[in-house]
Design a binder for this molecule. Sequence first.
Ligand code: ZN
Length: 167
Amino acid sequence: MSLSSPSIGPGKVVRIHYVLRSETGEVLDSSDASEPLEYLHGAQNIVPGLEQGLLGASTGQKLRVKVPPEGGYGPRAPDAVHAFPRAAFPEGMEVEPGMSLQAEGEDGQSLPVWVLSVEAERVMVDFNHPLAGQTLDFEVTVAGLRDATSEEMAHGHPHGPGGHHHH
Ligand code: ZN
């Protein structure tokens, strides 16, 4: 007889603490110190390369997961930067470099875009994710995991402590 602790795989709700660094060691993002990130494994809540790297890990485990662009936010498309006239943005709307906006795609779907720079007459908008083309260097500690409920599986995301959710 052997005892095995549960490990990360499809259908698990996983809580992780993480620090995300660039290839040069710059900290790009991290989980809140008090509140780990919670995701549903197998539901594309996180980038595929990180999900793959966490497969089989168990609570308390620390991992370093390096994710190339193909497993992260994809390669950078050089022709995805577009200039829009300042007048194309609603009057009174604050537009600042680094902010994310929702653009409407051709099929009416909403599409995240990022403001690169703001000039007097025009705004440069990047349709690439800011982390496109980057290798992502994750330092992860698995804070906990449990089986997802059938409701969470149907929704494709975790519902947090107490089962509350926001939609
Ligand atoms: Zn839900």
